[in-house]
Design a protein around this ligand. Structure first.
Ligand code: GDP
Length: 694
């Protein structure tokens, strides 16, 4: 198994709008691929459920970061991709490590906003895709309407590779337009037969359309097509593979995951059309010692090691698992690797391959493969692993801002420490989740990308860490910044008997729009000894994290340290840190500080008749609709922006406005200054709360 060549690996993700059937499809893929080992043992519907239950009991679920399985002599690594918009960052992260996507659509709902967002992300990362139209058994299922939507809304150049047999509840088979055979289903079995005569003309027409589309990208096929020369199955498959790899077309397949139909043919398509790591080609990074230099590596075992740690999970059975994708070279268990992000060496312990029903220990992971490392202490998500003599630094994974805060505390005071440990573990696993301790209110605050994100964190504390917690209402994560430059000199002095404390700094704060937090040291002539400079930076960053105006983290500020003074005996790191913290508190009012609020991009799909009300409602929420276009017949797609703080309870408001027929999705866009009146009331509220506590 370990030596399956790279061409036979498929690193794929299954992506879908929530509820379209991603989970069910993944489960069935694992079931049917697993079943090839167990044929004869399981032959009824109950078996699927048994298999899944067993899987859960062993602590492996289909939500594992990556699961390996096999189909027709190929290795498929199924990489978990989250379904909810709150996790677009997770989607981006998984797009980095997968080579191809199966896009699952619901045959009733068609293309929904979240699929659109992910589709465009996949475009950005140039990830080849095939489509699976699921739920063909449901009332209202419409295969061709969904294909039309893919073309109109996604520009997918979607081409039917199959024709369903029977509608809705009567859906019981699939015609493969390449083999021109019909496949029907009884329980878990699939039977091949001739195409029913009533469907033959339609199948022939669709086959012709498919070939014509593919011929646009394949000369051989075009020539045969034009000259009426017989076209073989491999002719079509080769052309289709090329067209998928180059993002020219999206082949469309169909089925009902729930009813076990269409999964085997989908697996064939994954093997036939989605890329192997070789097709993905070279990967580039920077020289870790010399960032100007770009380095590229081929997906080959003979190249130096390049690997990316893309997810860390904690598992009750094996502890911390660090999931890595190896791009080039080979990663051996028990060897030392160099973490070029952290600039440190680390020993790789065991390497595990995660399967649906077991974990197997392997001795190495080769170029193109994905697996879990056990016992990594220093490596965190996004780090590059390589050889010490051949360093490379891959682009780190981008994380958007957290926009919601939630207070959290243990039910039992004595669990405080355990909660702290559990939260920092979760933050390590998920860098888009943050924890901080607010001094003035003595509260632990967790921050995430949306309500669901925080709810899931709270659930995980309960289920995985067995911690009962109280959580507050989610609140908008404001930010603080400054709008005016100011200079200040601050002296920190406590010299009354014994060893005293002394530090003095002269510094300037500057607005730093779009450039984040910066610390610049311009001290000359040793007025502050070298060893104390990091303490100044530390004090500055502590304040930046806690904020000064209303207790929110600060953004876009540059701190320039240009002078200072010290005392040969009384100066210490502590003194310089305190000096900076107190100095910052004094200067802040000279800098015209300001509160910023998160603005969200919103997209609403609504039937025409509710459009006016939906727009009016967004306007009342200080938002604006900037763009509207026809979505499908009788409905509109509205795009605009709206402040997050006005959006609590929006889902139910929109339901009321539209009798449940409109849908929306939202994601973080940027921070802008809060209107003055709102800013004042927030600061005032904060002051009151603090006074109550004191
Ligand atoms: P996810 O949110 O995309 O992971 O969707 P799930 O796989 O959890 O499916 C959502 C719901 O749709 C569940 O109740 C499934 O049982 C159901 N479902 C999934 N696939 C099918 C299908 O092919 N036909 C029908 N009728 N229901 C399905």
């Amino acid at each position: 198994m370990d030596n399956i060549e790279i061409q036979k690996i498929r690193n794929i993700g299954i992506v879908a709008h929530i509820d379209a059937g991603k989970t069910t499809t993944s489960e069935r893929i694992l079931f049917f691929t697993g079943m090839t080992h167990k044929i004869g043992e399981v032959h009824n519907g109950q078996a699927v459920m048994d298999f899944m239950k067993q899987e859960q009991e062993r602590g492996i679920t289909i939500t594992s970061a990556a699961i390996t399985t096999e189909w027709k002599d190929h290795q498929i690594n199924l990489i978990d991709t989250p379904g909810h918009i709150d996790f677009t960052v997770e989607v981006e992260r998984s797009l980095r490590v997968l080579d191809g996507i199966v896009m699952v659509f619901c045959a009733v709902g068609g293309v929904e906003p979240q699929s659109e967002t992910v589709w465009h992300q996949a475009d950005n990362y140039k990830v080849p895709r095939i489509a699976f139209i699921n739920k063909m058994d449901r009332a209202g299922a419409d295969y061709f309407q969904t294909i039309n939507m893919m073309n109109e809304m996604l520009g997918a150049n979607a081409v039917a590779f199959q024709l369903p047999i029977g509608d809705e509840a009567d859906f019981n088979g699939i015609i493969d337009l390449i083999t021109m055979k019909a496949y029907s289903y009884r329980e878990l079995d699939m039977f091949e037969s001739e195409i029913p005569s009533n469907l033959l003309p339609k199948a022939q027409k669709l086959r012709e359309q498919m070939i014509e589309k593919l011929a646009d990208f394949d000369e051989n096929l075009m020539e045969k097509f034009i000259n009426g020369i017989a076209i073989s199955e491999p002719d079509i498959r080769n052309a289709a593979r090329y067209a998928v790899l180059n993002l020219c077309v999206t082949p469309v397949f169909c089925g009902s995951a729930f009813k076990n139909k269409g999964i085997r043919l989908l697996l064939d398509a994954i093997v036939d059309y989605l890329p192997s790591p070789v097709d993905r080609g070279i990967i580039t990074g920077r020289d870790a010692n010399n960032p100007e230099v770009i380095i590229s590596r081929k997906p080959h075992i003979s190249e130096p090691l390049t690997a990316l740690a893309f997810k860390i999970t904690n598992d009750a059975y094996v502890g911390q698992q660090t999931f890595v994708r190896v791009y080039s070279g080979e990663l051996h268990s028990g060897s030392y690797i160099f973490n070029s992000t952290k600039q440190k060496r680390e020993r790789v312990g065991r390497i595990l391959r995660i399967r649906a029903d077991e974990r197997t220990e392997i001795t190495s992971l080769k170029a193109g493969d994905i697996g879990a490392l056990i016992g990594m202490k220093l490596t965190t998500t996004g780090d590059t692993l390589c050889n010490e003599n051949d360093t490379i630094l891959l682009e780190n994974i981008r994380y958007p801002e957290t926009v919601l805060d939630m207070k959290i505390e243990p039910l039992a005071i004595k669990e405080r420490d355990r909660l702290g440990i559990a939260l920092s573990r979760l933050a390590l696993e998920d860098p888009s989740f943050k924890v901080r301790f607010a001094d003035e209110t003595e509260e632990t605050i967790i921050s995430g990308m949306g309500e669901l994100h925080l709810e899931i964190i709270a659930d995980r504390l309960k289920n995985e860490h067995k911690l009962d917690v109280n959580v507050g209402k989610p609140a908008v994560a404001f930010r603080e910044t400054i709008t005016r430059e100011a200079e200040h000199t601050y002296r920190y002095k406590k010299q009354t008997g014994g060893k005293g404390q002394f530090a003095q700094i002269a510094f300037r704060l500057e607005p730093n729009p779009g450039k984040g937090i910066e610390f610049v040291d311009r001290v000359k002539g040793g007025n502050i000894p070298r060893e104390f400079i990091p303490a100044v930076e530390k004090g500055f960053r502590e304040i930046v994290e806690k904020g000064l105006l209303a207790g929110y983290p600060m953004v876009d500020i540059k701190f320039v340290l240009f002078d200072g003074a010290y005392h040969p005996v009384d100066s210490s790191e502590m003194a310089f840190r305190m000096c900076t913290i107190l100095g910052m508190k004094e200067i802040i009012n000279k800098t015209a500080p300001q509160l910023l609020e998160p603005i969200m991009k919103i997209e609403i799909n609504t039937p025409d008749e509710y459009m006016g009300d939906a727009i009016g409602d967004i306007n009342r929420r200080r938002g604006k609709i900037e763009n509207m276009r026809r979505h499908r017949k009788g409905s509109q797609k509205l795009n605009g922006t709206v402040p997050l703080m006005e959006m609590f309870g929006y889902a139910s408001a929109l339901r009321t406005i539209s009798s449940g027929r409109a849908a929306f999705s939202m994601e973080f866009l940027h921070y802008t200054p809060l209107p003055k009146s709102i800013e004042e009331s927030i600061i005032e509220e904060r002051r009151k709360k603090k006074a109550e506590r004191d």
